[in-house]
Design a protein around this ligand. Structure first.
Ligand code: CTP
Ligand code: MG
Length: 227
């Protein structure tokens, strides 16, 4: 098992801000979640791949059909998610066979690629937890309820974090066993149990599809890649 890598691709959200089940909405002609699954399936270091999908029969059917159509069906296992994102990760962890490292990725980020995954697998060696991140490029201001600026915050050392995030499996499992409060990512769980998280530089193209506008932006990004 040494150095075996497993991946959990999350696709069990409700997509409320996108107007419903965004993981199954088409991007460049294929369901959104397939883009991320493709990137993981193309990564030789990933030995096990679990896709977390909504807990209902029609989602299961849709996911299986989409995976088979993309010739990815034999490469991954499906498991039902939970109410919160972290519950879905937890279910993914339980379904993942033995492995030393785990990569967690939101399928809502379709531009993930092999290089981003491999860079995470290198970065994780430092502390046992690593997250892709981009340095803040906008100026950060704090304002009151009246929208009047009270402060301009120094930008130095500030990063926005995305997925993929990579963990030593035992550390991630310990974090999930101990942290029950709501968090938005797994790196935060590691911080809650006083673990250390290493950031590694990502790419501004690794956007998250949250709204219908993001689908339009992603279509444009893909079209410009093709030309
Ligand atoms: N996710 C999940 N299980 C949940 C909630 C979220 O697997 N219970 C996944 C989503 O499918 C998505 C990722 O976590 O790939 C990031 O979540 P987000 O962008 O918030 O997606 P949704 O929760 O689906 O969207 P919304 O919050 O608008 O309902
Ligand atoms: Mg959500």
């Amino acid at each position: 098992m040494p150095d075996t890598v497993g991946a959990i691709v999350l696709a069990a959200g409700q997509g409320l801000r996108a107007g419903g089940a965004k993981q199954f909405q088409p991007l460049a002609g294929v369901p959104l979640f397939i883009h991320a699954v493709r990137a993981f399936a193309a990564c030789e270091s990933i030995a096990r791949l679990v896709i977390v999908i909504p807990q209902d029969a029609s989602a299961d059917l849709m996911a299986r059909e989409a995976l088979d159509e993309a010739a990815l069906g034999s490469r991954c296992d499906l498991v039902a998610g939970g109410r919160r994102r972290q519950d879905s990760v937890h279910n993914g962890l339980r379904a993942l066979g033995a492995c030393e490292w785990v990569v967690v990725h939101d399928s809502a980020r379709p531009f993930v690629d092999r290089q981003m995954i491999e860079a995470g697998l290198l970065a994780v060696r430092a502390t046992g937890a690593a997250s892709i991140a981009t340095p803040l490029s906008d100026t950060l201001k704090q304002a009151g309820r009246d929208m009047v600026v009270t402060h301009t915050l120094p930008r130095e050392g500030l990063w926005t974090v995305q997925t993929p995030q990579v963990f030593r499996r035992t550390l991630l499992e310990e974090a999930h066993a101990q942290v029950s409060e709501d968090v938005t990512d797994d790196a935060t769980m590691i911080e809650r149990i006083d673990g250390r998280v290493t950031l590694y530089a990502g790419s501004s193209s690794n956007i998250k599809i949250t709204t219908a506008d993001d689908f339009r932006l992603a279509e444009l990004m893909l079209a410009s890649k093709r030309t």
